[in-house]
Design a protein around this ligand. Sequence first.
Ligand code: HPA
Length: 292
Amino acid sequence: MHSKEQICHDDYQKTADWLLSQTKHRPKVAIICGSGLGMLADTLKCQQTFSYSDIPGFPHSTVKGHAGRLVFGELKGKECVCMQGRFHMYEGHSLCKTTFPVRVFKLLGVETLIVTNAAGSLADSYQPGDIMIIKDHINFPGLMGLNPLSGPNDDQFGPRFPAMSGVYNKDLCRLAMDIVKQLGVAQYVHEGVYAMVGGPNFETVAEARLLHRLGVDAVGMSTAPEVVVAGHCGLTVFGLSLITNKVVKSYEDTASVNHEGVLEVSKLRSHTLQHLVTELISRMDVNNNTNV
Ligand code: HPA
């Protein structure tokens, strides 16, 4: 199911050219909205919206809570494009389909990618409703060889062996932390390590304990492949996790996580996340690409 179906440069280019022919927007910032976080796109001014099913070459989203629309518009005067709904490996998409939009964004002229997701926390100090600025990730599928960059390298996008050590932009993390303090929400915002697992099942207790021991602060089923592809083609990356649940780490704990609960909590605190992303975009310098 995850065999590498070949997508060539022309396929990304065709989709990008089609979008450029359909909209006057020329976004510099792309935002991928996680589960229950799609309302950020609703705040864009001068919106133009495309259903994924109407965009040539685009995959289709199958998950409840993910609208499946690409929204162009302005946020605080900056040209943005927002994915309302992303593509997951567990839906059966190949990883190059999962990350297809990221390369299309690159070809549209996007310079900065903002990724958001819903995640479960391993860190004891994190509570549901907290926000984690992603300072780094562990890409478990990637470590096992499930990597969107496997197969022939497309040199037009980036090098065969891209570095990932600084993939989450430090200046944007710092700027976000400053904003968090100014907004007075520092008590529930953290900086931490995100781990991607394949899903779709949530973790067993033993898996949760393993992740905790490995230094993972939050776990989810997305984001890492998109960030790897973004890093490969030179996009500046910033990521946020909304903590929707604590991952069960004890056999005595009778709590259990479910998708509806995840969506409920993400709605509850999504306005704070939205506020943070909006402020960040408003303050970053997208024109000379210095970001602060
Ligand atoms: N585990 C994995 N993915 C998730 C979780 C979780 O606990 N919560 C939201 N996405």
